[in-house]
Design a protein around this ligand. Structure first.
Ligand SMILES: *Cc1c(COP(=O)(O)O)cnc(C)c1O
Length: 318
């Protein structure tokens, strides 16, 4: 196997915990604890991506996401640490806001371009055009697509399965549940599980794209990675199960009933889930798996705490 190289940014292995909620036990993999300023699932992907960017002598990094993007924040902080110039293209208009992830973006000194929804739909073209301009000035620009979900970035979650397998016997579990935004985390988990000869179901809670769109994104990305790195993994599409309907309020919103469950979990475990990803994922986990004996599913906590601060009033009123 042709495993790509990485740079160390995350604190690994992340802890695996047995928790109890409403007297029901469940297992959580704490990828929210992969770091602090640089934390969450995106750091695993950035370890591979930024290694390559450095290797290619890039001096400017472009990436994109929502205005509370955890990926954009982790990239901005990692770039500061590595001495790379960072430019973010964010979907939002919160020019004056300094809440949550945006605080870190601004503090890191990176350049931020805010785009409205229509513009953001063309963000890849916009980044490409801006890159062309900088190339003329002799700059070497590396573009990281949304969520760092590239055939290289998802190695973060291919290697994750091996790490998890050293912590707990995975044959005792039927699956892993994760929130899915750009789909790279789920894609990496699918490949990793297949390479390790496991038959885990990957439960993906789509928070941004429709069920069909995320299914296609995840499977295409997994197959592309499989081919590019000659992994010979036999990826069974049936092992990807999208649990749909947990983000009907929209990516940037969260319903009050979901916040109530988040708050209850916080009161009983001390773990606070975010409004965009993990809060929605846990609502799905609660409905489908919590306390059900026949299906033992690991909850993957992918991070996102800073997103809470953009919604703190709503959390307090729940
Ligand atoms: C980005 C993100 C996800 C989704 O990961 P993808 O690989 O984009 O699907 C889940 N949770 C959090 C906290 C994230 O920031």
């Amino acid at each position: 196997m042709n495993t790509p190289k990485r740079i160390q940014l995350a604190y690994l292995p992340t802890p695996l915990q047995q928790l109890s909620f409403q007297n029901k036990k469940f297992v959580v993999k704490r990828d929210d604890l992969s770091g602090l300023e640089m934390s969450g699932n995106k750091v695993r992907k950035l370890e591979y991506i930024l290694y390559q960017a450095k290797k290619m002598n890039s001096d400017v990094i472009f990436t994109c996401g929502g205005e509370q993007s955890n990926h954009a924040r982790a990239t901005a902080v990692a770039c500061a640490k590595l001495g790379l110039t960072c430019r973010l293209f964010l979907w939002g208009s919160n020019k004056k806001s300094t809440e949550g992830n945006l605080f870190f973006d601004k503090l890191s000194g990176c350049k931020i371009t805010f785009l409205d929804k229509a513009e953001y739909a063309k963000v890849n073209e916009i980044m490409f055009e801006e890159r062309k301009k900088l190339l003329k000035h002799g700059k070497n620009v590396y573009v990281i697509p949304e969520g760092g979900s590239t055939t290289l970035g998802i190695w973060g979650y291919i290697s994750f399965i091996e790490e998890l397998g050293k912590q707990i016997p995975l044959q005792n579990f039927s699956g892993i549940l994760t929130a899915a935004g750009s789909g790279g985390t789920a894609a990496g988990l699918l490949i990793g599980s297949s390479i390790m000869g496991l038959n885990l179901k990957i439960y993906a809670v789509n928070v941004l794209y429709s069920k069909l769109t995320i299914q296609n994104k995840v499977l295409r990305l997994a197959e592309a990675c499989n081919l590019e790195y000659k992994l010979n993994a036999s990826i069974d599409p049936a092992n990807l199960v999208v649990l749909d309907g947990y983000s009907n309020e929209g990516y940037k919103e969260i319903s009050m009933d979901k916040i109530k469950l988040i708050k209850n979990l916080f009161m009983q475990t001390g773990i606070l889930l975010d409004p965009a990803y993990t809060g929605k994922a846990f609502n799905a986990y609660y409905d489908h798996f919590l306390g059900k004996r026949k299906e033992q599913v690991i909850f993957l906590h992918t991070g996102g705490l800073f997103g809470v601060f953009a919604k703190s009033k709503k959390y307090l009123s729940a």
